[in-house]
Design a protein. Structure first.
Length: 410
């Protein structure tokens, strides 16, 4: 309902009385009344608002989950000495890529060389004793029916067996001595990048000590461990059981680096877990990526997107929707009566900067993507078919996009 504004006018020709001051009137002043109507009541009614629409259709959409993860080394070895002695050399280059078998530390070998020589002498002695015992047994065996009793023959056989055992024992000691001497050259057990040494030349080390001399880490390939809530995992299983999610044979995985860049190489799922953590309520997965340039390092926090399969849904541009304060996602469609109709959408994430709509729209609906400014529910509209190019720009469906006149007005 419009309101009229009343102005009171009078000539100031008479003195104001006390009552006149209170009432704002001069006792003898005649009143003149003016009225004014709002400008909106005088404006002509506008016609239907022109909006740009696209026709939506259901299609097979990749079902993608994004999970937080952390990079883990494919292989990592703490280097510890297996014999005791003094470090005499550290021949490797710090931070270099080394191959399996590369010598990292040298331990003083003098003691182990002496032990090896003693063990070799023990073998020689045992072998000589074995030959003597063998000759004795052979001689007794030939004359056992003439000049040797059966007891003497059995004693010779026993001495031969004992001599053979002594040879084997001496050979085992020789092998141990050789291993100890070899272990004075501390080698890398894997290919990888070797860290800065935690000791220096002249330090005394012991066999299998607690403190590592250094660490070797293999970076290519690399693992990324991710976690998914058990509730989300169950919802995915329910979708598969209901047939709304068609899984693929290979799970495609991509990782987003700490810089926000998407890593150019795809990964593969190698170790799904079957246990739910009793502290976090999540299920862990391990994904493997090729990492030849070492862009991912163990310990980094990353985001992994995994494509589990495809599901039926409708893709719509994100800028055609509005998020209310309570989190509800809404959009406008053109009704058959050429009116704007606001609908509430349910989504299952996004794909290529588009919402994956699972409810709220159906095949053939005309989604309003242009002319949304100040658009109200039930407003009269005039629809113009448009398209959206790869850059997300709305273009007239009748043109090649070079004519800007095709874009619906805001």
């Amino acid at each position: 309902m419009s309101k009229n504004i009343i102005f009171l006018s009078r000539p100031i020709t008479a003195p104001m009385t006390a009552l006149g001051l209170v009432l704002g009137l001069a006792v003898s002043a005649p009143l003149t009344v003016f009225t004014s109507s709002p400008a909106s009541a005088q404006q002509a009614q506008q016609g239907p608002k022109q909006v740009g629409v696209i026709t939506v259709a259901e299609s097979d959409v990749p079902y993608i989950v994004t999970l937080p993860g952390r990079a883990v080394a494919y292989e990592q070895a703490d280097i510890r000495p297996r014999v005791e002695g003094m470090i005499t050399a550290i021949p490797y280059k710090r931070g270099a890529l080394v191959k399996k078998g590369t010598v990292l530390f040298e331990i003083e070998p003098d003691t182990y060389e002496a032990e090896l020589a003693a063990a070799q002498a023990a073998v020689d002695s045992a072998q000589a004793a074995e030959q003597t015992a063998q000759s004795t047994f052979n001689r007794y065996d030939k004359i056992r029916s003439v000049g040797v009793t059966q007891t003497e023959l059995e004693d010779a056989r026993s001495s031969l067996a004992s001599a053979k055992a002594d040879v084997k024992s001496a050979q085992a000691s020789l092998q141990t001595a050789q291993l100890n001497l070899d272990r004075t050259h501390v080698e890398s057990p894997i290919d990888g990048v070797v860290e800065v040494p935690e000791t220096s030349v002249g330090s005394l080390v012991t066999a299998n000590q607690t403190d590592a001399l250094t660490t070797v880490t293999r970076l290519d390939p690399i693992y990324v461990d991710v976690s998914e809530s058990s509730a989300q995992m169950q919802r995915t299983k329910d979708m598969i059981a209901a047939g709304t999610l068609k899984t693929s044979d290979d799970v495609k995985a991509q990782v987003t680096l700490e810089t926000g860049d998407v890593y150019p190489r795809d990964g593969k799922l190698v170790a799904p877990s079957a246990v739910v953590s009793d502290t976090t309520g999540t299920v862990d997965y391990r994904v493997q990526f090729d990492n030849p340039d070492a862009k991912m390092l163990p310990g980094q926090f990353l985001r992994v997107t995994m494509t589990l399969g495809t599901t039926k849904a409708i893709l719509i541009p994100q800028n055609a929707t509005t998020r209310k304060s309570d989190g509800t996602l809404t959009a406008f469609i053109a009704s058959d009566e050429n009116k704007a109709e606001q609908v509430t959408l349910s989504t299952n994430g996004s794909y290529n900067n588009q919402w994956i709509v699972t409810s709220g729209l159906k095949d053939g609906d005309k989604l309003i993507v242009d002319g949304l400014m100040n658009l109200q529910n039930e407003a009269e509209i005039e629809t113009v078919p448009v398209t959206i190019n790869d850059e997300g720009v709305v273009e007239d469906a009748q043109t090649d996009g070079s004519d800007a006149s095709g874009k619906a007005s805001e």
